[in-house]
Design a protein around this ligand. Structure first.
Ligand code: ATP
Ligand code: MG
Ligand code: MG
Ligand code: MG
Length: 571
């Protein structure tokens, strides 16, 4: 591809409303543009990356599954049959056609695939079978954010398997677990598979695949010395011996100072009818409050329910958080707390503070005494709320539930999720086939999702520097860029660059020839921003010496290489 014919839409400035690095860099590198909240257009450069991700997913999925393509638009009757028309809630976008018939935009496809299976599958002999698609989903997310990481319309690879029994499901599930490892390894991501709850989809076994990154919205817990790895909700369930129940209160553990949930609710002035789940203490920059401008308030947040985090808007903060005192950034860091901020759209949260109750107590007491940042809060009273942190049983440095090693909590971006669905949908939709004995039986199902568009953002969250994106080789929009030096005045450099371009194309490389009418400095910074792994400069000087100037995206300096050396480096 010639850069003069590719729409290079790089931006020098970081767009103001992009909070996380991947969102900023995807806009700056000209990969995406916003159409409306949670809706993005993918530009040519972005599509190249998306296509590479999709190609890897297809290659691995094709080894054991068959590709299909289902409609985005789904008749609501199917959702009434499964019971999810009510249960799915406001993320499900409903609308009517010209005949006043109700439809939904599919957030997922269990109903549609089960409807297909009940019509097409007749006999146990056709099982097991696994169908997948790469297709657009719509979820009316309460708080779309971070660009394509949590958008309303996004592309998912979703697969659905059908089985004669649980043992067959478990075999395919294990196969998909391995396939996901192969996919995420090929994508060049640093990821972990963790045990997960099955959420609104239902069923028994489930794993999430998380790309490890500080900007992740999920907490994942893993043991330092064993294979134990779970998302925090699930890890808590393992520790407490309960199943995770997002809508229910966790029990306050029986420590002498623990408060009941009602007491805490009263204290923090949150509605007692809404259940308390987790206590977060952290430093939050609140520039909307003149008293704390430039400072961080150390606040305790009580979160209610699983997704409440997303609902907390800055204006609601006083209802859910009690500021303890104000502190400078250094002081917050010295306490080992996370720094957060309140943006125009609400709190930029994520993590629990599992430590520091006593440190925090000392700090607040000290601050009050010195009259430094004291807010006149009564620590005797306020300290009690930190004890509620005991609600959370899984904390950094807790023993691992399997007794091996200690728990380490990290932030993750959920890029994939696999479920053993069991018979939830097949039973509801009456999906039966004939068994060996000639009698019909209800099939058993599994489902397997990957957030294709989210993967692109997650890869950037793990691979960037101050110059821009650093793509893993396998998903870079181009693997090599060639820049002819002094293009306007050196037909010799241009001709040699063209020759190298054709040679590398012929050798199967994905090459970009930067023939744009721009200064080299502009080209170099664009190529770095866009994250192309290898850059080659062709100049008269190099041609005289029989060399090319080569610079890897992670290298600090360029090197002069002979053609053979160059080819060896590119391989
Ligand atoms: P999350 O917890 O982030 O809301 P989810 O658990 O609701 O995700 P699943 O129903 O498990 O999502 O869907 C499978 C995959 O689709 C997820 O693992 C994720 O990678 C991707 N995904 C889900 N919601 C979105 C979204 N709003 N934008 C982009 N990708 C998404
Ligand atoms: Mg979700
Ligand atoms: Mg999830
Ligand atoms: Mg999920």
């Amino acid at each position: 591809m010639r850069a003069s014919r590719l729409m290079f839409a790089t931006l020098r400035e970081t767009p103001g409303d992009a909070e996380v690095i991947s969102h900023q860099l995807m806009l700056r590198a000209g990969m995406i543009r916003k159409l409306a909240t949670g809706l993005y257009t993918w530009l040519p450069l972005g599509v190249r990356v998306l296509n590479k991700v999709t190609a890897i997913i297809r290659e691995e999925m094709n080894k054991s599954a068959m590709e299909v393509l289902m409609p985005v638009t789904q008749p609501i009757e199917l959702w009434e049959e499964s019971g999810r028309a009510q249960a799915y809630g406001p993320e499900l976008l409903r609308f009517r056609d010209r005949h006043d018939r109700p439809f939904v935009l599919g957030p997922t496809h269990e109903e549609v695939i089960t409807d297909l299976a009940r019509q097409e599958l007749k006999s146990y002999k056709q099982l097991p079978v696994n169908f997948y698609q790469v297709q657009t989903k719509f979820r009316d997310e309460i708080r779309p954010r971070f660009g394509v990481m949590r958008s309303r319309e996004f592309i998912m690879k979703d697969a659905y398997s059908f089985h004669a029994n649980q043992a067959s499901l478990e075999e395919t599930y294990q196969g998909m677990y391995d396939t996901y490892h192969a996919i995420f390894n090929r994508l060049g991501l640093n990821f972990r598979a963790v045990q997960a709850d099955t959420g609104s989809i239902g069923g028994n076994g489930s794993h999430e695949f998380h790309v490890l990154a500080d900007s992740g919205e999920d907490d994942i817990a893993f043991s330092t010395e064993s294979d134990f790895a779970a998302n925090v909700e699930m890890a808590e369930a393992v520790v407490t011996g309960t199943r995770p129940a997002p809508a229910q209160a966790m029990q306050v553990v029986d420590t002498p100072n623990a408060k009941t949930i009602d007491e805490v609710s009263n204290f923090l002035n949150v509605s007692p009818s809404q259940t308390v789940k987790t206590l977060i203490v952290r430093g939050v920059a609140d520039d909307s409050d003149p008293n704390s401008k430039g400072k961080y308030s150390l606040v305790a947040l009580v979160l209610r329910g699983d997704h409440e985090l997303n609902d907390i808007k800055a204006e609601k903060l006083p209802q859910v958080a009690a500021p303890l005192t104000f502190a400078s950034e250094d002081e917050v860091k010295a306490l080992g707390l996370e720094l957060g901020s309140i943006g125009p759209q609400g709190l930029n949260i994520p993590v629990i503070v599992d430590r520091a109750a006593s440190v925090l107590a000392d700090f607040v007491a000290g601050a009050n005494q010195a009259g430094k940042h004291g807010t006149g809060l009564n620590w005797e009273r306020d300290a009690q709320i930190t004890l509620v942190a005991d609600i959370r049983n899984v904390v950094n440095g807790d023993p691992s539930p399997d007794g091996k090693g200690v728990i380490n909590i990290k932030r993750g971006i959920e890029v994939g999720h696999i479920f053993q669905l069991g018979q939830k949908y097949s039973e509801a939709l009456n999906c039966k086939v004939l068994g060996e004995d000639g009698k019909p039986f209800v099939v058993t199902m599994g489902c397997y999702g990957i957030g294709v568009t989210r993967v692109v953002a997650a890869a950037i969250e793990q691979n960037f520097d101050d110059k821009g994106i650093i793509w893993p080789q396998s998903i870079a929009p181009f693997s090599v860029a060639i820049v002819p030096m002094n293009q306007a005045k050196s037909p010799r450099a241009v001709a040699a660059a063209e020759e190298l371009y054709n040679e590398l194309l012929g050798a199967g490389f994905d090459v970009l020839l930067d023939d744009r009418n721009e200064r080299p400095g502009v080209k170099f910074s664009d190529l770095e921003l866009v994250g192309i792994p290898h850059r080659i400069v062709v100049s008269e000087r190099g041609l005289d010496a029989g060399t090319f100037e080569y610079k890897g995206r992670r290298d600090s300096d360029a090197r002069e290489l002979s053609k053979d050396e160059l080819l060896a480096v590119l391989k």
